[in-house]
Unconditional design. Sequence first.
Length: 199
Amino acid sequence: MTSAPSPVGRVNFLRAFFQHRKTIGAVVPTSQRVSRRMARWAGVESAQAVAEFGPGTGVITHHLLNALPPTGRLWGFEVYRPFVDYLEESISDPRFTVLDESAESISTVRATAPEAADGFDAIVSSIPFSLIGLEQSRTILREAARSLRRGGSFVALQYHPKFLAPLLSEQFEVVEREFHLFHLPPVFLLRARNPRLAE
Ligand SMILES: C[S@@+](CC[C@H](N)C(=O)[O-])C[C@H]1O[C@@H](n2cnc3c(N)ncnc32)[C@H](O)[C@@H]1O
């Protein structure tokens, strides 16, 4: 079992939010309960290739690693350099690689990592899509849909109630939603499946 992030991670998180609000998008890390639910809803316990968009200080990452089979691999895409350094220092699990790159570059990993050559079984995201804007959100979701294996799931956490679902419907045939009222702040989880493959 890997352990949850240290209090140092939480302090860095708050500071990061005040310095880069639109990139970080939340004042506190996701709860343990919602992180565990994301790993489960994405089907990580039977996955071999998993991507995480925006691991931050690693709360969801730890639940993904706890669920991932011993032979599985997890790639984290994180644009905030201090979080990349923190994850490199605090997670020594050989199944995990953190990349100092935006989520769009998931297609590069698919093209270069043999374990992901047939596509990712699951992609888990906590990127604040409503804050990074429509154009980049569409690009990331298109790359995610193209990078998923047939039968794979894209699971995203969002605080904005309406922004993400229509964008997901452009790329995926099936979009499901859950509301977690007792999360601070309350949060939506969305699961998208069956990518509409580009004509
Ligand atoms: C709301 S925080 C979530 C952090 C952590 N996963 C959690 O749940 O507590 C959003 C994270 O997404 C990262 N992020 C924002 N835009 C990104 C992008 N285009 N590609 C990868 N990560 C991104 C931020 O740097 C930040 O770490």
